[in-house]
Design a protein around this ligand. Structure first.
Ligand code: PLP
Length: 292
């Protein structure tokens, strides 16, 4: 694995980057994470990511043992040690409950483990943006908000991993998950939008989904290109009756969905609203307009 890793401040590479089997991140899946990427060498939307990391940690009563500036400095230190060869960086920050006795009592793990993984960012192939991707609606139901809340960006990814396995088995680039009520929520590693009558609609957080940073950013930038972006409860029929659909995520930006369960969305090609949002997103991300 060609990655450079800071494990509790100790920088190593690849397979030498290890945590204890008594870390509760390993034993119980207790941990939170963020995925960021750089544009022009700068972590993009850092403040939003750290805010979500703190929210995720707060929802599982995990104290983050660093300030925002500390984390920023550690990311930059790890990036400096990495061999990126002029490419942008993929950055994954993980904080786990830490090492302790086999007990769910948080008091046995006073020191969270903090890990920063840096490796070269690889863009999705550009033809995915021009041709669009196939998605499928999977049978795996998104976690009930009162069990493991999808609002927590948790290292425990089994819900999404099982949904992604189903999507892959069925030839989908992404799997769209419903909630326990049958409403659409999000995809396994990205958020879902449809376009109807020129308006971009995405399921509300109450449907039970991760508050994606890219999703959030679109609410800010849509109006700049004359596109209203709103939350709306979405059902299967809304998706199949949509003019366009797309997914959003840190490493994928704004990616058109052209078929769902082998049925075309709109005319089955990437639509103009998706294209306008992608173009505006990239304009901001590449720094023509500063983004925080
Ligand atoms: N939803 C899920 C389940 C995810 O895992 C991700 C990203 O990994 C997203 C949505 C997109 O979030 P973001 O835009 O913050 O990358």
């Amino acid at each position: 694995m060609a990655a450079t890793v800071s494990v509790n401040g100790r920088i190593t590479s690849g397979a030498d980057a290890v945590v204890s089997v008594f870390d509760h991140g390993f034993l119980y899946g207790e941990g939170v994470y963020e995925t960021l990427r750089t544009y022009r060498g700068q972590p993009f939307l850092f403040e939003r990511h750290i805010r979500r990391l703190r929210n995720s940690a707060g929802m599982m009563l995990l104290n983050l043992p660093f300030s925002d500036d500390d984390l920023d400095a550690e990311i930059r230190r790890t990036m400096s040690a990495a061999t990126l060869g002029g490419t942008e960086a993929y950055i994954r920050v993980l904080v786990t409950r830490g090492v302790g006795e086999l007990s769910y009592d948080p008091q046995v793990t006073p020191h969270p483990s903090v890990i920063v993984i840096v490796k070269p960012h690889i863009d999705p192939p550009q033809d995915l943006y021009s041709r669009g991707v196939r998605a499928v609606i999977v049978d795996v139901v998104r976690n009930h908000p009162n069990s493991v809340s999808p609002m927590i960006k948790s290292n425990n990814l089994l819900n999404c991993a099982l949904a992604a396995q189903e999507a892959m088995r069925r030839g989908g680039f992404e799997g769209i998950m419903r909630n326990y009520r049958g409403d659409l929520t999000e995809c396994t590693t990205s958020n879902l939008f449809i376009v109807k009558g020129g308006v971009a609609l995405t399921p509300p957080l109450e449907s039970g989904l991760l508050p994606g940073i890219t999703r959030e950013f679109l609410f800010d930038i849509g109006p700049a290109v004359g596109i209203a972006v709103r939350e709306h409860v979405l059902r299967d029929a809304d998706l199949f009756g949509a003019d366009e659909a797309f997914l959003t995520g840190t490493t994928r930006e704004v990616l058109p969905i052209v078929t769902v369960d082998d049925r075309p969305i709109g005319d089955g090609t990437p639509g103009p609203v998706t294209g306008a949002l992608l173009a505006e997103f990239r304009r901001r991300a590449h720094g023509d307009i500063p983004a925080r």
